[in-house]
Design a protein around this ligand. Structure first.
Ligand code: NAD
Ligand code: MG
Length: 397
């Protein structure tokens, strides 16, 4: 019998983190070595009692002593590390084989990067990390022999439809890819009259018709910034130019994305909208394993529709596409301004339709430069955050 694969799950209390634990529960091929949570100690405790990891990270450092107490009360020997730096410690730990990067937002950048630098297989859900660090991230993966398996359902679909590598027999097909089509559900406001969008509440924005996800990505899906970020993600992950990526609205979320080849063939990956499918593929690749998701039944599914996105309704998608075109630190600025604007919207400090206005203002005021180092990226990130906060405060008062 081969040794079990040791996992570190960064962001284990989130939607992707919980789905990952669900996929590996009871499967002896995997051992959960490390988990992390920001502040949901109750759920982290339950996860510790079920999976008995060697170590957990509580990234909100002031909560770590309480976690140690809770584990002691429950006779659980899991070690507790505190603070954001400890996320890198578990991501690069010698005994870890696979890192699930499932922290939301820029907070996941350092640990995702640490996993790549340590040459791990990284299951990348944390798209913001890649959007921010782009080529630095993929170059580091190549240099350190890290294997990036995208977990975003669209990119996981593309990954499944592309030829495996440039060295195998099918590799020559890489030149034969003519375009990548990312599908998008269109979110909860696909058909809402544009005049009503200003008044939508965080609860309405988070009620996604097809996927159950964390609050930030749910708002991103409602504005379609999620697809803007994914557009950028596709360019970096698959080393293609923006002119080779297209977005198609597909409200049923059954076709997760497609690859067009020069001969007119199109390969697509289909499945029920269940994140356990891409997660299981990332864990078992190149083999496959059961995910717990229901099998797709096309005969009884709704009719599949495909429509062009309306960029006037969804200016965030256009901003994402423009940032991909611009390159350099533009995606970092876009991502940072979006994170701040989404948080303000969730806190009822900013109207839904003002999210793209704040992002556009930040992009127009801070010059974009080559994203030559992490220091430059982090500097752009904080400048964009500060400016976005200022603009929101001015607008609110
Ligand atoms: P979530 O909000 O449900 O969970 C986020 C996780 O990150 C939690 O474990 C939380 O403790 C941790 N976290 C939050 N802030 C942190 C901080 N400052 N420092 C350290 N840890 C922190 O989010 P999610 O929906 O699971 O999404 C996670 C990532 O996966 C995002 O980048 C998202 O875009 C991506 N993704 C999610 C889905 C989905 O179906 N949920 C699909 C595709 C991609
Ligand atoms: Mg996605």
């Amino acid at each position: 019998m081969t040794a079990p694969i040791k996992l570190a799950i960064l962001g284990s209390t989130g939607s992707i983190g919980q789905n990952t634990l669900d996929v590996v529960a009871g499967n002896e091929a995997f051992v959960v070595y490390a988990l992390s949570a920001h502040q949901n100690l109750e759920l982290l405790l339950q996860q510790c009692l079920q999976f008995r990891p060697e170590v957990v990270v509580v990234s909100a450092a002031d909560k770590a002593p309480q976690m140690r107490e809770l584990l002691k009360e429950h006779d659980c020997a899991t070690e507790v590390l505190a603070g954001p730096e400890a996320l890198c410690t578990i991501a690069e730990a010698e005994s870890v084989d696979v890192v699930m990067a499932a922290i939301v937002g820029a907070a996941g950048l350092a640990s995702s990067m640490a996993a790549v630098e340590a040459g791990k297989r990284i299951l990348l859900a944390n798209k913001e990390a890649l959007v921010m660090s782009g080529e630095l991230f993929t170059e580091s993966a190549a240099r350190n022999g890290a294997e990036i398996v995208p977990i975003d359902s669209e990119h996981n679909a593309v990954f499944q439809c592309l030829p495996r590598s440039t060295t195998d027999a099918a590799g020559s097909n890489l030149n034969a890819v003519s375009k990548i089509v990312l599908t998008a559900s269109g979110g909860p406001f696909l058909h809402t009259p544009v005049s009503q969008l200003l008044g939508v509440t965080p609860e309405q924005a988070c009620r996604h018709p097809k996927w159950s996800m964390g609050r930030k990505i749910s708002v991103d899906s409602a504005t379609m910034m999620n697809k803007g970020l994914e557009f950028i993600e596709a360019c970096y992950l698959f080393a293609v130019g923006p002119e080779q990526v297209e977005v198609l609205i597909h409200p049923q979320s059954i076709v997760h994305s497609m690859v067009h080849y020069c001969d007119g063939s199109v390969l697509a990956q289909l499945g029920n909208p269940d994140m356990r499918i891409p997660i299981a593929y990332g864990l078992s690749f190149p083999a496959r394993m059961p995910s717990g998701a229901a099998q797709l039944d096309l005969a009884s599914s709704e009719a599949l529709e495909f429509l062009e996105p309306d960029l006037d309704r969804f200016p965030c998608l256009q901003l994402g596409m423009q940032a991909a075109e611009q390159g350099g630190t533009a995606p970092t600025l876009l991502n940072a301004a979006n994170e701040v604007a989404v948080e303000a919207f969730l806190d009822n400090q900013l109207g839904f339709t003002r999210i793209p206005s704040i992002i556009a203002a930040v992009l127009s005021k801070i010059p974009c430069e080559p994203a030559a180092s992490l220091a430059i990226i982090q500097d752009s990130d904080s400048r964009a955050r500060n400016l976005a906060k200022e603009l929101i405060i001015k607008e609110f008062h």
